[in-house]
Design a protein around this ligand. Structure first.
Ligand code: 5GP
Length: 246
């Protein structure tokens, strides 16, 4: 039995706990929900369990497609065991259809198909509202190396292709999503000299971090129901769980 240790970090939607193994941590999913930089707060009943199960399934699917992730195993309804990461302070957004931040920034309608998909870097900072940045900002501020940026771009594009196909088979359009990557420092014997650690996909992939529109009806089945007070929030999360796991 794995012993769960001290709390390492508590975020808006998840808590990280130490384990006896310094290279592994437990990621616990809460029902707490925030939006607009935590100006809006609430609870989505059952969300933690849904996001844990959806993330676990998607991480396993992505691993099979050759994308390295931090996922080790699902431990319980709300907990998963993951590899410890030094999170790179960047949020990657991939967009297949216009919505949210891109529609606001450029003054365009939601629902326009983007071909090719749009890749964005955002600087991970709640205080600044995760501003859009480019490669030059990242390199000049040494947030990541050129090689890491190249790898993250390649992996993100592969994640998009893999998940678009996965959700299309479940009659869901993957509108956009956010990814976070980190460096796993474990197992120094497998790392070459000067290597900073293996780059892994981290965080979660869930209705909190993706936009999902039901094909045909365009019904939103994601956190926009909470952000925009659309109602039926819990039902939308349960519906996504059914589509992903069922
Ligand atoms: P937007 O930039 O349009 O607000 O977000 C694009 C996509 O990334 C959406 O699917 C959204 O859920 C996700 N996303 C972007 N930033 C964040 C964030 O800070 N937290 C969460 N949970 N999702 C985010």
């Amino acid at each position: 039995m794995l012993k769960v240790g001290e709390k390492l970090y508590e975020g808006k939607a998840k808590i990280l706990y130490a384990t006896e193994d310094p290279n592994l941590v437990v990621q616990y999913f809460k029902d707490d929900a925030t939006a607009f930089n935590a100006q809006k707060r609430g609870t989505i009943l059952g969300k933690g369990a849904v996001n844990n199960q959806i993330s676990a399934r998607l991480f396993q699917w992505l691993e099979q497609a050759g994308i390295p992730t931090h996922f080790v195993q699902q431990l319980s309804e709300r907990e998963m065991l993951v590899k410890r990461l030094q999170i790179i302070p960047l949020e990657v957004t991939m967009r297949n259809i216009t919505a949210g931040g891109m529609s606001r920034m450029l003054g365009i309608d939601e629902g326009l198909v983007l071909e090719p998909p749009v890749f964005e870097w955002h600087y991970k900072s709640d205080a600044l509202g995760d501003p859009l940045i480019n490669d030059d900002h990242i390199l000049a501020l040494a947030l990541a190396t050129a090689q890491e940026l190249e790898t993250i771009r390649r992996l993100s594009s592969k994640v998009n292709d893999t998940l678009k196909t996965y959700f299309a088979a479940r009659r869901i359009d993957l509108v956009d999503f956010k990814l976070e990557f980190g460096r796993h420092p474990a197992d120094s014997s497998r790392l070459g000299a000067g290597r900073q650690g293996q780059l892994l996909l981290g965080d979660e992939i869930s209705p909190d971090t993706c936009r999902f529109w039901e094909q045909g009806t365009k019904k939103k089945l994601d956190k926009d129901r909470f952000r925009r007070d659309l109602g039926d929030v819990e039902a939308a999360y349960q519906e996504m769980l059914k589509r992903v796991v069922g």
